[in-house]
Design a protein around this ligand. Structure first.
Ligand code: SF4
Length: 958
């Protein structure tokens, strides 16, 4: 490619404040930077973030002068490099319009393709991970935007080097992906790479072209005993104590290992449950070390019996901790020959067959985003050992759902033992590893999907023993797994896999690809080709006729919402609805059922024709049949679910219609189980020998009854279930202060602007704590209202405020919060749990409101009604206990280590003033202190901060 010139820029609104460029040509590397007159003062926060002193702006030049200087600086032919360029690209286009024909390439896009395993493609993160060094020939003026242009040029060199080391067949495939985008810079880039002579590379060319690049590891098949009716070998409790006890094997072998009696107690109980084939519910307070307390007996048990124990989590964080920290710690110390494996749902693994099929047949209708994502997946796939798409950042971009559909296979699309790619199949390998493992790490979604689908999707090995960690989330996870959603998007998305009308006759989907493919084989009889083409046309006609039927159903569902009286959703059931209102919906659903039935017949006919012997010469015919079968199975499933959801006849489900956001507006319908307990009891607890339920927050008022009832454990025979509560080893009374400001208005109080009042108070609190604060909200509106006020108060320091939904992904802002010690993080729902920030970065935790379930949520409403109909108060029997568990999760974010200290501010005075407040107060391990006066409250914060700093000084001296 032409010589590169990289850009860094500071923009305020849409005006350029400062601009830098670094040019590389035959003569060497040269830098350029200018400040630009904007006509209005530049916000100090922007200058501060860029390291620009206000005095530097005195050298600013008019934009016309900067433009002329820049044009003189640019070589006549060059590739302009920007990173993460949407705003920068627009400004640069505008600046150079009419004067330059340079190609503008985004190094972030290219890095996403060539470094697809790197989670974060921000320039600075890439610079850290790749060890980028700015060119020493160009002096660094010390401004961030100027350093950016230097780093981009350095990144460009790495990208070019990386591309040059890729196998030629891969680069050719990358070029083919971008070839239809005639003016795309990556088309030129990969064309140049593909034409260039290869250097000795890290990924050598393999026999068999692209498919030969995938590693073909053969994992031997393991024969296991049938678990049914087996006698289990018990684990000696003394061995567990020997491992975990004071001065035991772990304490003697693991540096900094802390003996905890609570951990030993829990491990003994887990052992007893496994030995006796009983279920166990155990709450283990924060700091118990509960993962080792269950892993040690589980490993001993699994090794003794040569049977897997499944350990299921709700979050990726815990999975990572188990795999990256706890299991490696125990390897070699617990259970000889310990083998562990991780297994996820089918849709998490790349299907090699489908990826190659997509590259061959995806056609010309892919969007540029889909091409970028597919390119990243392709590069990642030849290096990946696991095929787990969560390790590929390219698979998590904007094209995500369509891309996942294109490159993963569910049971109906998988060719199983007949697949040509079996030896390269990531899922197959993961299953074989899991079959031979003692500990199989999974997640709740997989456990419940398999429970609901029976054997049809089977990714877990046969098991009879499981540990369900983060069990406070089980009811939600099971509800999600057993719910049905009926949406216009869902059916259009599915049908779009068959046929998507495209521009300039470039239709997308399996059917146009099939007819195109057929035309390439002269040996196939014209009669068969003709029949297939006719069938394909019939399917397309049927799909075209389906559109208005689908539209009618969803329009009629949407019309029902006019009766929702301002609510976002409308519950219904066959019993309660007014038939005249529903006549059109029911009629539309019947029409849809008939139309989908007709479509299914047509698809079956195509699949049958593909099996015709005269098509044997067509190499991809079985792949096409599988692709069409995948759609057929789901069309039938959609039709059956539509009948169930619209009928609303099941008394065990709650049904509702809700508004959808998006540009078109509209509605979707849902069915969800009101209670999951009976299903879990029948399909899980009765089938398994022993299930251990554990979490740091299962009790309410010291009792496990609420969780047991919600999960259906209360209906088991008393002798079948054990329970236990293990306290935390932390000294909460010493380590934290629990404060309630009574002078704030009540959240939701009419006339009292709670969000603003909270923002004003937090500005004063955070000044005293120097940030280091996490604030948890129950609604995004409240979060935004409070953030607005806080920003106005913080002024130049508002850059330290990290806001969920504005400042990046959850992982990114949590990481930034950990690294920038004085920052403040505002988070909503997902931040109430799983955020683990030990140390100084989290010194002040604010819970903005008691986290009651949203009573307008149809599932919550139906659960409350069910309880009331059974004679139980829904508030006392559901809303309060559910809120207490969530409250305890939130509260537990503060103290993560025995050296942590901090303040918890519960900014909801109901916790102190309402009678139900005692449920919350009694459920947390620190005494509450309430303050009627603002001054006294802030004095107490001051005092705590002083005390904490004195203690740290004293610790530093000892
Ligand atoms: S065996 Fe199934 S999942 Fe594996 S590559 Fe073949 S089709 Fe895909």
């Amino acid at each position: 490619m032409a010589f590169p010139t990289s850009f860094g820029m500071v923009i305020s609104g849409d005006a350029i404040v400062a601009l830098s460029a670094v040019r590389r040509d035959a003569a060497g590397t040269t830098g350029f930077f200018r400040f630009v007159e904007t006509g209005t003062p530049v916000p100090p926060a922007i200058l501060k973030a860029e390291g620009i002193p206000a005095s530097a702006m005195k050298t600013a030049l008019p934009i016309e002068t900067v433009r002329e200087d820049l044009l003189a600086f640019l070589p006549p032919e060059c590739v302009l490099l920007v990173h993460d360029s949407a705003p920068v690209r627009n400004v640069l286009h505008h600046l150079l319009s009419g004067a330059s024909k340079h190609t503008l390439l985004d190094t972030r896009e290219l890095a996403g393709i060539l470094f697809p395993s790197t989670g974060n493609h921000d320039l600075r993160s890439l610079a850290d991970v790749l060890g980028l060094q700015p060119d020493p020939d160009v002096p660094d003026p010390g401004f961030r935007f100027a350093q950016d242009s230097l780093l981009i040029l350095s990144l460009w060199d790495r990208l070019a080097g990386e591309a040059a080391s890729l196998p030629k067949s891969l680069v050719r495939e990358l070029y083919a992906l971008f070839a239809p985008l005639r003016s795309h810079p990556l088309r030129t880039f990969f064309k140049t790479c593909s034409d260039a002579p290869r250097r000795a590379d890290a990924y050598p060319e393999a026999a068999g072209g692209l498919r030969g690049l995938f590693s073909a590891e053969v994992v031997p098949r393991i024969e296991k005993q049938n678990p049914d009716g087996r006698e289990w070998v018990p684990v000696d409790v003394a061995n567990v104590e020997k491992l975990l006890g004071a001065g035991g094997i772990l304490a003697s072998n693991i540096p900094d290992y802390e003996f905890r009696q609570e951990q030993v107690d829990m491990a003994i109980r887990v052992t007893e449950a496994l030995n006796a084939s009983k279920h166990l519910v155990v709450e283990a307070g924060t700091g118990t070390g509960k993962s080792l307390a269950y892993l040690v007996p589980a490993i001993l048990w699994a090794v003794a019996n040569d049977m897997p124990v499944v350990v299921s989590t709700n979050t990726k964080n815990l999975q990572s901790q188990l795999l990256g920290k706890d299991l490696p710690l125990l390897t070699g110390l617990v259970g000889r020959g310990l083998k562990a494996a991780v297994i996820k749902g089918r849709r998490n693994y790349l299907c090699v067959r489908k990826l190659l099929f997509a590259l061959e047949h995806a056609g010309l209708d892919l969007s540029p985003e889909e091409r970028l994502a597919l390119a990243g997946v392709l590069v990642w796939s030849i290096r990946s050992a696991s095929g787990d798409l969560s390790e590929c950042s390219a698979a998590a971009g904007p094209a995500d759902p369509a891309l996942h559909e294109m490159i993963t296979a569910d049971a109906s699309e998988c060719r199983g033992g007949r697949c040509d790619h079996r030896s390269r199949c990531f899922l197959f390998r993961a299953r074989r590893h899991a079959l031979s493992a003692h500990i199989v790490i999974a997640n709740h979604a997989v456990v419940f999907t398999e429970m609901a689908d029976g054997d049809s999707s089977m990714v877990l090995p046969p098991y009879r023993h499981a540990i369900l960690d983060e069990a406070h989330n089980l009811e939600d996870a099971a509800t999600r797994g057993l719910s049905m959603e009926l949406s216009r998007y869902g059916i259009h998305f599915l049908l779009g896999r068959l046929w998507r009308p495209g521009r300039r006759h470039h239709d997308g989907g399996i059917l146009p690809a099939l007819t195109d493919h057929l035309g390439r084989y002269r040996s196939i009889s014209p009669e068969v080709v003709g029949r297939m083409e006719q069938d394909a046309v019939k399917v397309m006609d049927a799909m075209a006729a389906l559109d208005p039927v689908i539209d009618t159903l969803f329009s009629e569902l949407s019309a029902l919402l006019e009766g929702a009286r301002g609510r976002e959703s409308l519950r219904y059931s066959a019993e309660r609805r007014i038939e005249s209102d529903w006549a059109l919906v029911l009629g539309a659903r019947e029409n849809l059922g008939r139309a989908l039935g007709g479509l299914s017949l047509l698809l079956s006919a195509i699949i049958e024709t593909l099996g015709h012997e005269s098509l044997e010469a067509m190499p991809d015919r079985e792949n096409f049949a599988k692709e069409i079968n995948g759609v057929l199975v789901r069309v039938k499933q959609f039709s059956a679910e539509a009948a169930f959801v619209v009928a609303g006849a099941s008394p065990d489900h709650v049904f509702w219609v809700e508004r959808t956001k998006g540009r078109q507006g509209g509605a979707r319908a849902w069915a969800a189980p009101i209670s999951v307990g009976a299903m879990l009891a029948e399909q899980l607890y009765a089938q398994k020998a022993s299930i251990i339920f554990t979490s740091a927050t299962l009790t309410v008022n010291g009792s496990l009854d609420f969780v047991k009832k919600r999960l259906g454990l209360n209906v088991l025979e008393p002798g079948r279930i054990l329970e236990m509560t293990v306290g935390s080893p932390f000294d909460y009374a010493r380590q934290c202060t629990f404060m309630v400001p009574l002078f704030l208005p009540e959240p939701g109080e009419s006339g009292g602007n709670y969000a603003e009042a909270l923002g004003l108070l937090l500005a004063e609190v955070f000044r005293r704590t120097h940030g280091r604060a996490l604030t948890l909200f129950t609604s995004y509106d409240m979060l935004q209202g409070c953030a607005r006020t806080l920003r106005a108060q913080m002024g130049a320091d508002s850059g330290q405020l990290l806001v969920h939904g504005e400042s990046g992904s959850r992982e990114h802002i949590t990481q930034t919060f950990k690294q920038q010690t004085e920052s403040v993080l505002f988070g909503t729902h997902s931040f109430w749990e799983g955020v683990d920030v030990p140390g100084e970065s989290l010194t002040c935790l604010v819970l903005a409101r008691l986290p009651f379930p949203v009573f307008t949520d149809p599932i919550v409403e139906a659960r409350c009604e069910r309880l009331e109909s059974e004679g139980t108060s829904a508030f006392a029997g559901y809303s309060i206990p559910a809120a207490v568990i969530r409250f305890r999760q939130g509260f537990g974010r503060l103290i993560r280590h025995r050296n942590d200290r901090g303040i918890v501010i519960v900014a909801d005075r109901r916790v102190a003033q309402k009678s139900y407040g005692q449920w919350f107060r009694r459920s947390v391990p620190a005494p509450m202190q309430s303050y009627a006066e603002r001054g006294a409250f802030l004095d107490a914060v001051d005092q705590f901060v002083r005390q904490m700093s004195d203690e740290r000084d004293a610790e530093g001296r000892t």
